[in-house]
Design a protein around this ligand. Structure first.
Ligand code: NDP
Length: 309
């Protein structure tokens, strides 16, 4: 007989694994399609100090390993593969990996988002060693340091303003002279005594061997290169939600590809729910993603109670 699942969860960050925890404890035997590099964005951070319950902090990968152990304890099945396509017009819903086709009465999308990077040679090498894309996560580690924030949108202004709490100075580095940021955010940053602006420059490289020691920029008008001495480098040039595989499914998304839920965590497609950064471009925290995973599982459980399949 065909194996029709109750819930498939796509994604294995805090949103996906919390959804799995709640679904498993409701005896729905969830299947998590975890991806080839499970654990989501936290696996690329080091110390996490803002997840409640860990007074001394916890390493991001350890937190995700704990969550994985916890969901397995209640019978969650985890597949270490990427979902490559879905068919949400079919009933049951279909989720495919490279090798398997799974059918399910409900699907929770928790595929997350990725910070955009400039693509410089040293950017990834120095991740966690002065390079970051999340001031809320890592700002605390930059007490008394000089920090560069790259970008000219609201994120860059927000990150810069937040980092003034910790840093000795914050330099906003932007490729143009005009800003995408809203007037109010820009003004707030411009008027802050700790923030200076370097505009109309291209960031050429992040400098440093073991940790960040500076940023090399090229002035677009003159072509002259300049090294700015900083110990922190924050990319704030936007995020990209992981929604490519949902492109032609009729799932409601905004112009940037973030999924738009309709009511609570329910999307416009019955039986398809969403949790975490794949729709939330505002808070983007592990704890908010986990909270949404819980909500999506509870919503899916209610849906399944009346679903007639
Ligand atoms: P945005 O797309 O608004 O801005 C991205 C910025 O990064 C732009 O200044 C852009 O430059 C720059 N940039 C992009 N790619 C590169 C690159 N390769 N090299 C150098 N610079 C680059 O993204 P945000 O994340 O700032 O904001 C996303 C959305 O979230 C917006 O709608 C924003 O208003 C909202 N938001 C609201 C907040 C609030 O209200 N508190 C806080 C944060 C975000 P260029 O200008 O030249 O294109």
């Amino acid at each position: 007989m065909e194996n029709i699942r109750n819930i498939i969860i796509i994604g294995s960050g805090p949103a996906g694994l919390t959804a799995a925890l709640y679904a498993a404890r409701a005896e729905l035997q969830p299947l998590v399609i975890a991806g080839l590099q499970p654990g989501g964005q936290l696996t690329t951070t080091s110390e996490v100090e803002n997840f409640p319950g860990f007074p001394e902090g916890i390493q991001g990968p350890d937190l995700m390993e704990n969550m994985t152990k916890q969901v397995k304890r209640f019978g969650t099945e985890i597949v270490m593969d990427n979902a490559v396509s879905v068919d949400f017009s079919a009933r049951p819903l279909v989720v495919r990996t490279g090798t398997e086709e799974y059918r399910s009465r409900a699907v929770i999308i928790a595929t997350g988002a990725e910070a955009n990077w400039l693509g410089l040679a040293n950017e990834q090498r120095l991740r966690g060693k002065g390079v970051s894309a999340c001031a809320t996560c890592d700002g605390f580690f930059f007490k008394g340091k000089d920090i560069a924030v790259i970008g000219g949108g609201d994120s860059a202004m927000e990150e810069a303003l937040f980092l003034t709490k910790f840093g000795n100075s914050v330099t906003v580095i932007h490729r143009r002279a005009e800003f995408k940021a809203s007037k109010i955010m820009l003004k707030r940053a411009q008027e802050h005594p700790k923030i200076t602006f370097v505009t109309n420059v291209t960031v050429v490289e992040v400098l440093g061997e073991a940790t960040v020691t500076g940023v090399r920029v090229r002035h677009n008008d003159t072509g002259v290169e300049e090294d700015l001495a900083v110990q922190g480098y924050f990319a704030a040039i936007g995020h990209t939600p992981s929604t490519k595989i949902f492109a032609d499914t009729g799932l409601s998304m905004n112009e940037k590809g973030y999924i738009e839920p309709q009511e609570f965590t329910q999307t416009n497609i019955p039986g398809v729910f969403v949790a975490g950064d794949v729709h939330d471009h505002r808070y983007r925290q592990a704890i908010t993603a986990a909270g949404e995973g819980c909500k999506a599982a509870l919503d899916a459980e209610k849906y399944l109670a009346v679903d007639e399949l």
